[in-house]
Design a protein. Structure first.
Lengths: 456, 303
């Protein structure tokens, strides 16, 4: 049934010759084509004569042929390539260590912006294209000193239909709102505290994602992911099957022509085994250990965008907020990081550990005139209950002290075009207990190459 | 595995619920209002047409909003300009809509720019020249003669996608095409005084209109396409206009008024705000109204 229909359509597209007016159109098109070709042939002949005047006939043929093709003809077969250059200047206090108090966070991996002075962030190289009529492929590699990190490398089906799509490989998980964004698409120079403690930067894993979009006028998307869990809070346990499962749902729509919104709920479950834990005890002696147990995270996200008549070029406004709850329970084993420096964990200590923690960020960004935006973000984490060895974990570990981290950030950015952005940011950082730091950032983001389309 | 099973069941249930009402109308997702109007004119009550953007939005810069993704999900036919006009947002919609029918290369994807000869193909592709389109200038809807060809192809495509109603589409198109040809003759007659009139344009959005009516473009306010002109650049245009004077400055309804207003004031030009597409002003309720309004506004600019 389907094939003849397809064939007919293809034929119809090629020869739209039904009514008289179609014939007329065809004639007009042919006439135009003829005129265009004549012009082109004339141009070619002129060029041929020029070239012949100064080179041998063999060279002429080689030189004339490629120029006969339009510049765009071959582009379609090459992947879209784009390169993102980013870096910053950071004016920070001289601190021995930077961590988020009260949370067993993802640690060093984060884009927390802890480098002082000038620094180049990883340059993102992005390649993407349709593989064939059935799949498309995407690679995002981050080039850094002495290493290339594959941030994303996936294929996605494009021909399943019925609102279904399957993504496989390494991908940024569809949970939450900011999670799928790369740092160059963030509205601030630094990550928010919530994502910093939850995932370091964002949750990326190797696995499979199934998404389904409901056939309704209101946007409703459901997704499920199975992954090997090779990123915090999960661990890759070296077994068959999935070490991490994520489920998410998003709804969204418009209110009039000027407003649009999206809201979501996500759930991430993992069973980490031997997940590294680095901390200090309350006497500031380093300890090292690992955690095994289960980790469950809920995320709720909401984004609202406004633009007059839905035209964001002059003015627009964006509000985003996300909230999380993470519960972890299991066993924490710890020992001295340096055997010569005995800590409270001396001789090895393994005891039950549990945590029930929440937090959120909320941000508003306003483009008040073309090219200029201002933004404010408030990050706040609620440390909640963290227990180790039958008492509050803050009695053993300094980094898990009973403290609610928070941070205010104010930014202004200037985008000369869609492809370049310069940003100034001020943050008042109280993420670590006993610290109240004024931070200043100057950041640039430049994107070269193909026109990357951004998500909502 | 339990969540998966729930998901599949939910999907099946919704699929059944929606499958019941299949073969109603041909669902058309039109990227711009002019293609929505054309599809409606051909489809009549057999096509249900959704318009993704309005005349007050810049078709280059549209947010890939959830509502657009949801609407693209159930489309049988996507009608867009193409020629990279929608490159900043359409790829996201196509990737997230999970709709096989409208993907690139499928009969359900109809790009109007494929059926006309594009003007102003850039010789050099470099971003330092601003937001250039490799395929040529995509604002093809400002010449009514383009609709004759695009409409013929679109009618054939709709007939192929919805064979039971093929005769309906062909008949409606034949009727539209004859009225359209008469209207073009009328507009050309009315617009005769515009031939050779020198104009300034804000964005290079009207090369097809200029060619059709014989308008002479002497300056573009945007020195680089898609980049708002600076005061220095405007002053440069003003200096150039002293040597080669123009009669009016044209801008599309969605564009900011200030650059046009400034040059109109400084160089003594008439300001003409063209609807640019269906819905761009009160008169442009359909394609006929669009060109009635365009021609009358241009003529008013002469006075």
């Amino acid at each position: 049934m389907y094939r003849p229909a397809l064939l007919a359509t293809a034929l119809a597209a090629a020869f739209p010759a039904y009514a008289n007016s179609d014939l007329d159109a065809l004639r007009a098109e042919l006439k135009d084509m003829k005129a265009a070709y004549e012009a082109r042939i004339q141009a070619l002949e002129a060029r041929l004569q020029q070239t012949e005047a100064r080179s041998t006939p063999a060279q002429t043929a080689a030189a004339a042929e490629p120029s006969a093709q339009p510049a765009t003809a071959r582009r379609g077969f090459n992947p879209d390539v784009s390169l993102i250059l980013q870096g910053k200047y950071a004016h920070l206090d001289n601190r021995d260590e930077r961590f988020v108090s009260g949370f067993a966070g993802a640690g060093e991996h984060g884009h927390g912006g802890s480098k002082r002075g000038f620094s180049v962030d990883g340059s993102e190289l992005v390649l993407s294209a349709s593989v064939d009529p059935y799949f498309r492929g995407y690679l995002n590699a981050v080039l850094d000193d002495g290493e290339v990190e594959v941030e994303e490398a996936w294929f996605q089906t494009s021909s399943l239909g019925r609102g279904l799509s399957v993504k496989g490989g390494r991908y940024k998980s569809g949970i939450g709102y900011q999670n799928e964004q790369h740092p160059h698409a963030w509205d601030f120079a630094t990550n928010n505290l919530m994502y910093e403690v939850l995932f370091g930067e964002g949750y990326v894993q190797d696995g499979l994602q199934l998404k389904w979009l409901a056939p309704t006028d209101t946007f409703l998307e459901l997704g499920a992911e199975l992954g090997n869990g090779n990123a915090f809070p999960a661990t890759n346990n070296g077994n068959n099957g999935a070490n991490s499962v994520a489920l998410f749902g998003h709804v969204g729509g418009d209110v009039g022509a000027s407003n649009s919104w999206r809201a979501g709920l996500s759930w991430l479950s993992a069973r980490p085994r031997g997940r590294a834990f680095e901390s200090h005890d309350i006497n500031d002696v380093e300890v090292a250990g690992d955690f095994s147990g289960k980790s469950r995270t809920w995320l709720a996200d909401f984004v609202w965008k406004w633009a007059p008549n839905g035209n964001p070029t002059q003015q627009n406004f964006k509000f985003a907020a996300e909230y999380f709850q993470r519960k972890e329970s299991g066993n924490l084993a710890c020992d001295d990081a340096d055997p010569g420096n005995p800590s409270l964990c001396t001789g090895g200590l393994a005891a039950p550990f549990s945590a029930d923690q929440t937090g959120f960020y909320t941000q508003a960004v306003y483009q008040f005139m073309p090219q200029w935006r201002v933004g404010y973000r408030y990050d706040r984490l609620l440390r909640g209950d963290v227990a180790f060895n039958g008492s509050d974990a803050g009695n053993t570990f300094e980094t898990l002290a009973d403290y609610d981290p928070r941070r205010h950030s104010l930014m202004v950015d200037y985008s000369p075009s869609e492809f370049s952005r310069l940003r100034l940011q001020y943050s008042r950082d109280k993420a670590q207990q006993g610290v109240d730091e004024n931070q200043f950032y100057v950041q640039y983001i430049m994107s070269l190459g193909s026109h990357g389309a951004h998500k909502f | 595995m339990k969540p998966f099973r729930i998901l599949i069941r939910l999907g099946a249930a919704l699929g059944l619920a929606c499958g019941g009402s299949a073969h109603a109308a041909l669902n058309v997702f039109a990227c711009e209002p002019e293609w929505a109007a054309l599809a409606s004119a051909i489809g009549g009550d057999k096509a249900s047409v959704y318009t993704a953007t309005t005349a007050y939005q810049d078709p280059h810069r549209i947010e890939a909003r959830p509502s657009l993704i949801a609407r693209a999900r159930s489309a049988d036919l996507l009608v867009c300009t193409g020629a990279e006009l929608e490159i900043g947002w359409l790829p996201v919609i196509l990737a997230d809509a999970g709709n096989r029918a409208i993907q690139t290369g499928q009969p359900g994807q109809f790009l109007a720019a494929d059926y006309v000869t594009l003007l102003e193909k850039p010789a050099v592709l470099d971003r330092s020249a601003g937001d250039v389109h490799a395929a040529g200038n995509p604002h093809i809807q400002t010449d009514p003669r383009n609709f004759t060809r695009i409409g013929a192809a679109l009618a054939a495509r709709m007939a192929a996608l919805d064979p039971p109603e093929a005769a309906h589409y062909r008949a409606r198109w034949a009727d539209f095409a004859s009225r359209w040809d008469a209207a073009i003759a009328r507009w050309e007659g009315q617009a005769a005084p515009l031939k050779g009139v020198p104009v300034v344009v804000q964005h290079n959005a009207f090369p097809y209109l200029e060619r059709w009516l014989g308008l002479k473009r002497v300056a573009v306010l945007e020195a680089k396409p898609g980049v708002a002109p600076s005061l220095g650049q405007l002053a440069e245009v003003k200096a150039r206009l002293a040597a080669t004077p123009a009669r009016m400055v044209l801008r599309a309804a969605y564009q900011p008024p200030r650059p046009s207003a400034w040059i109109a004031d400084q160089a003594g030009l008439a300001q003409v705000v063209l609807p640019f597409t269906v819905g761009g002003d009160a008169q442009s309720g359909d394609l006929f109204g669009l060109f009635d309004s365009t021609v009358s506004k241009l003529l008013a600019g002469l006075r």
